[in-house]
Design a protein around this ligand. Structure first.
Ligand SMILES: Cc1cc2nc3c(=O)[nH]c(=O)nc-3n(C[C@H](O)[C@H](O)[C@H](O)COP(=O)(O)O)c2cc1C
Ligand SMILES: Nc1ncnc2c1ncn2[C@@H]1O[C@H](COP(=O)(O)OP(=O)(O)OP(=O)(O)O)[C@@H](O)[C@H]1O
Length: 142
């Protein structure tokens, strides 16, 4: 049984998220997704939807076996509990593969770190970014 971890904010789901999670799922037998806590999202505007709603929506996707709310202080705690064979970073995530691998080694966690592919737009006007969906809502409804 090869366990895979994917992670992210997943605020307002779109086809790019489904692509990332499907890509990650294809690398193993069981996909676990860690949902970032709103309090830890500091590199962009805070999510619109709360932690539990984002976790529940990801858990409802077919490709996902389990969705876990992230740890508030130590991102390596859920990883230790899940004990994955591979962690898949999103194609555009700011985390650096080597840095995460070194931190995992330091904690005695033996797993690969790899990166997913991007999903290209399939039709004009397809929105593959939560930020762009929010911009569109503001433009059309405010
Ligand atoms: C391997 C890994 C594990 C993570 N675990 C957690 C966690 O337990 N709790 C949390 O709040 N954020 C966690 N994060 C952080 C977020 O998932 C994510 O990096 C960031 O906050 C949002 O990224 P996004 O812009 O791609 O959605 C983790 C990140 C990585 C790379
Ligand atoms: N178009 C896409 N193709 C592949 N993966 C994607 C795509 N969009 C998002 N992802 C992945 O989904 C995960 C969660 O993404 P996140 O919640 O930051 O959504 P986002 O739409 O990129 O957000 P924002 O637009 O606010 O930056 C990340 O790993 C990201 O790389």
């Amino acid at each position: 049984m090869r366990r895979v971890i994917a992670q992210g904010t997943f605020d307002i789901l779109h086809p790019g998220h489904v692509h990332y999670l499907s890509d990650a799922a294809s690398l193993g037998d069981e996909l676990h997704v860690i949902i970032a806590r709103g309090e830890n999202v500091t590199h962009k505007p805070k999510p619109i939807l709360d932690d539990r709603q984002r976790r529940d929506m990801v858990a409802a996707l077919d490709v996902v076996d389990e969705a876990h709310l992230g740890h508030a202080e130590d991102i390596f705690v859920p990883i230790e509990n899940i004990d994955p064979d591979v962690i898949v970073l999103g194609y555009d995530q700011h985390h650096d593969e080597e840095g995460i691998k070194a931190a995992l080694d330091a904690r005695g966690i033996d797993c690969e770190v790899t990166r997913a592919t991007p999903r290209e737009q399939r039709h004009d006007d397809e929105l593959l970014s939560t930020g762009r969906i929010i911009d569109r809502i503001v433009e059309r409804r405010c």
